[in-house]
Design a protein. Structure first.
Length: 339
């Protein structure tokens, strides 16, 4: 059985993936590929038992390598992912899956044609707080989801090849798609370029879902405070997920506005409800470890991953619609993602 594993890319996110592969794959982790001599040197020092190389062809030609984790720049995902799938490998691609819906769709269909697992690294869908939030919503505890909003802000990591929304926005899009459970219909965005002439450093994005559900996302790598927060407002309750609050990452608020009978002037009256707040119990697991473990298990069994290629297509379709809206001054642009 081809159960050896390879990691391609040891840049920004690669070391985190390497740490987890060391723990979860152990001696099955055979290769680490990177084009940088400096990064290869660091990798070899940390993982002397792994073959560190700049030659991807070694991985492609090794029939004992069944699974590959791809953590290279986003612009390379389509070409490298295609080469790996054509070589018969199961592939975990870091977000975003590709830089166009067409390329993401082509990768997904290629994986299905070849009977290979294609998974996208939408890590936040493996976060215990996010999964608990989805569980609470699906049980109907908060009533109907009315809208949600998120902030993903920091001073850095600044990139020049993709804008801030392509860099960090996929996290919030994948969370919103996961929470709402239905494909988005349109996106509208405004942004600004303060550090680069060609890419937006900040973006304010609104995504529309069926039934009038809105998701508003604020992303920036030029902000004084690190923020990672998602708020979901329901018809009965509200949820706040704060990834930086180690004591209470998830809070459920019994708050809302209950409609009363109309008054004598036929105007509706509302009673504001400010009830208790509770903190659900969460599993103590590392999301990235859960993601890598899930990929290795799917590669072994052939099961469809939670964040499969179609999940990646849906996110890239929103990113592409956001780009189009940015170019057109903030108009609503249809999200065109095949089912």
């Amino acid at each position: 059985m081809a159960d050896a594993v390879a990691l391609v890319g040891f840049g920004y996110w690669g070391p985190n993936l390497a740490r987890n592969l060391q723990h979860l794959a152990g001696p099955r982790w055979r290769y680490l590929v990177d084009t940088s001599a400096e990064r290869r040197g660091r990798a070899a020092a940390h993982y002397p038992q792994v073959t560190v190389t700049d030659d991807l062809d070694r991985v492609l030609a090794d029939d004992e390598v069944g699974a590959v984790v791809l953590a290279t720049p986003a612009a390379t995902h389509a070409a490298l992912g295609t080469a790996l799938l054509d070589a018969g490998k199961h592939v975990l691609v870091e977000k975003p899956l590709a830089l166009s819906t067409a390329d993401a769709l082509a990768l997904t269909r290629r994986a299905e044609e070849r009977g290979r697992v294609l998974m996208v690294g939408h890590t936040f869908e493996y976060v215990p707080a996010v999964r608990k939030m989805k569980e609470i919503i699906d049980k109907g505890d908060i009533g109907d989801v009315l809208y949600l909003h998120s902030q993903r802000l920091n001073l850095g990591r600044i990139q020049s090849d993709i804008n801030a929304f392509w860099s960090i926005g996929p996290h919030d899009v994948s969370i919103a798609n996961f929470i709402v459970g239905r494909p988005p219909e349109w996106a509208a965005a405004r942004g600004a370029r303060y550090l680069h002439e060609s890419v937006e450093d900040v973006a304010f994005v609104t995504v529309g879902y069926p039934g009038g559900v809105l998701a508003h996302m604020h992303v920036s790598w030029l902000d004084p405070s690190k923020t990672r927060r998602t708020t979901v407002v329901g018809s009965r309750q509200m949820i706040v997920y704060d990834d930086l609050d180690a004591d209470a990452r998830l809070k459920v608020f019994d708050k809302g506005a209950d409609r009363l009978d109309a008054d004598s002037y036929h105007a509706w009256q509302y009673r504001l409800r400010d009830g208790a707040m509770y903190v659900p119990r969460l599993e103590m697991t590392e999301p990235l470890a859960e993601e890598v473990r899930h990929f290795l298990e799917c590669a072994r069994t052939g099961d469809r991953p939670r964040t499969d290629g179609w999940n990646g297509v849906a996110v890239v379709a929103v990113l592409e619609a956001v780009d189009a809206s940015l170019r057109q001054g903030g108009v609503e642009v249809p999200v065109e993602a095949p089912a």
